[in-house]
Structures are given as C-alpha cells and as structure tokens.
Design a protein around this ligand. Structure first.
Ligand code: ADE
Ligand code: ZN
Length: 326
C-alpha cells in the first residue's frame, strides 16, 4: 500500500534503541570469529527469528552478543552499522542510543566511549545522522553498582552522553533501588529515563517522583491508573513505545499485545513516541515498527507525523538543536 512508502520516507527521531540489540546477524558472526568464540548456532538461530520463550531468554541472547563487543573497533563498527543501515536508511535524523556497559563484562567504560564516538562520527559524516548516547544501569544488579556506573559516566563526561537509563528484567529490579544513582545523575546534570514495561503504574510514579525521569521507556501500564495518566498528559511526560518488541503479551504483561495499549495511550492524550528497541533481534526496524502500528490502528500519514513531532519534543537536545532537526 501507498502508506508503506510514506512510512519509510517519514523523518524519524529514535529514542529507544539499544546498541547491543542492534547488531546485525552477519556482524555477530564476524565478531565471534574475530574473538575465537564458538557460537554453536548460526547468528540467525541465535535471534530465534524474534520469538523468545520469555524476556529472560531474550536477555541471555543479549548477553552473548554484548560479550562479543570488546575493543574500540568493535564498538565503532556496531555503532556505525546501527546508525547507518539501521537508522539513516529508515529516515532517522537523530538517535539517542542506549548503551549498556554491564552487558560487556571486563570492558572499561572509556573503551566503550572511544569506540561509539568514533562510529557515530563516521556515521554522521557518511549519512548526516546525528547520534547522542545514554548509559543504561542494569537493574538486576545492586544500587551500589548503579552508583559506581554513574560515577564512571561523570568521571568521563563528554557532550555526546546526555543521560542515563535503567533496563534488563524489571521483575528483578524495582526502580526504588536506584534512587541514589539517579540523585547523583541529577546533581551532575545528566538527564534521566528508565524502562517500565511489565511493571505496575506505581513503577511509573517512582520513575517520575523518586528518580526524576523526564521520560519513560515503554510505560504501558500507566493507562491502568486514570489519575496518573491525567497527570502524565498534563505534564507532557513522553513514553517511548516499541510496538514489535513489546507485541508479545508476556513482555508487556498486557495480555493482548502492546498495540491496544499504545492506542489507548495515544487516545488518552499521552505523548507517545515509536521506536524499535532491539531491531534485528526482534526482526524489525524503525520503518517496520511505524508500519505495524499504522496498520494495526488504521492510521494515516498525519498521525504518524505526530509521532515524529512528539519524539522531537521528547528528545534531550536543547531547544535550538531541536528546532534545527526538522
Ligand atoms: N534491554 C534491551 N532490550 C530490553 C528490553 N526490551 N527490556 C529490558 N531490557 C532491555
Ligand atoms: Zn528497551
């Protein structure tokens, strides 16, 4: 249909895409060979065509991929590919990439930084895409480990790292555990976001009131609480939704997939943005996520363009740079 071509051409701002979840199967294979690691399966088999038993199984595959990205060249390569073939080729003008240092055991944070900044520089030179970064805390670890990670980010402060996030399994890491790390980030002038995908509306409340988040990743259960929903509408709290990766009810806890919830969020007047989370790992890309949502909800071009305007508002650039985006 005609809308498919329009969706592909739609300018996009990408706020919910993980670097480790962005590695193409061929690159996983190359990195395994380079580092002498036996995968025991083809890279395609590793990704299970996007259907994992549960979030835990998905995160174990993520760990395998993360452990293969080791030196600055590796980080530069996966960043470059994510931003060019995985981003600019889909109309992405600006991406705020989620990094997960705990997903690369033994790799010092400055090594990660060196590689991703080099990859982003090359991607911008070749395609014009602009990249910034946020550093994700692993919520399955301790509050003290999170503080140490934020200390690293502060000690190696660069303009391209705008803030912090919080991911991995929500059932193993309630947001309240990370208040101290988020306070340190706030004092250091870092922006804050956090995942809340399967958790109750109360988690969203903790994100806003105790962690000082200026946006929420997923946040599907906000609509279970009308009062909280009204507040988020009023305060224009952005929600970065990912239709394909969250489609399976067992991830979002929504039972009948994420589309209905995303539609409810939009209808409630919430500020919703759309992205791909972990594109090749869920067999998707930014165009596909927008297309899936458009088809599921019967949306036309005008509503899709609203999503991009929302993402411009929700992004962490300053107002001058936002105005220059579109
Ligand atoms: N890290 C990468 N993708 C994630 C997801 N969908 N949920 C939690 N942590 C993640
Ligand atoms: Zn995510």
């Amino acid at each position: 249909p005609a809308i498919d071509a329009m969706v592909a051409a739609l300018p996009k701002v990408s706020l919910h895409c993980h670097l480790i979840g962005s590695v193409a199967p061929g690159t996983v294979l190359d990195l395994a060979r380079k580092h002498g690691v036996q995968l025991g399966r083809s890279a395609e088999e590793l990704y299970e065509h996007g259907s994992y038993e549960d979030l835990g199984e998905f995160l174990r595959v993520l760990d395998v991929v993360g452990s293969l990205i080791r030196d600055p060249d590796d980080f530069a390569r996966v960043t470059y590919e994510s931003l060019t073939a995985g981003g600019a080729a889909h109309g992405v003008l600006h991406r705020e990439v989620h990094l997960s240092p705990p997903g690369h055991p033994g790799v010092p944070y400055p090594t990660i930084l060196e590689g991703v900044l080099a990859g982003a520089r090359d991607a911008e030179a070749d395609t014009g895409i602009q990249a910034r970064f946020l550093v994700g805390i692993c919520r399955e670890r301790s509050g003290a480990a999170a503080v140490e990670l934020v200390e690293q980010v502060v000690a190696h402060r660069v303009d391209e790292v705008l803030g912090i996030g919080l991911d991995y399994a929500e059932v193993n890491g309630p947001p309240g555990r990370f208040v101290e790390a988020y306070r340190l980030a706030a004092r250091s002038g870092l922006r804050r976001t956090a995942h809340s995908e399967s958790g109750p509306p109360d988690h969203v409340r903790v994100l806003l009131d105790e962690l000082g988040c200026s946006r929420v990743d997923h946040g599907y259960h906000v609509v279970d609480d009308p009062e909280l929903t009204a507040r988020c509408v009023e305060e224009r709290v952005p929600f970065t939704c990912t239709p394909v990766s969250s489609d399976i009810g067992r991830y979002s806890g929504s039972g009948d997939g994420s589309h209905r919830r995303i539609a409810e969020m939009v209808d409630a007047g919430l500020l919703v943005t759309i992205d791909s989370d972990d594109p090749p790992m869920f067999g998707t890309d930014p165009t596909h996520d927008h297309r899936v949502l458009a088809h599921a909800l019967g949306w036309r071009r005008d509503r899709l363009a609203d999503l991009t305007r929302n993402a411009v508002e929700a992004c962490w650039l300053d107002d001058t740079d936002k105005a220059a985006l579109l």
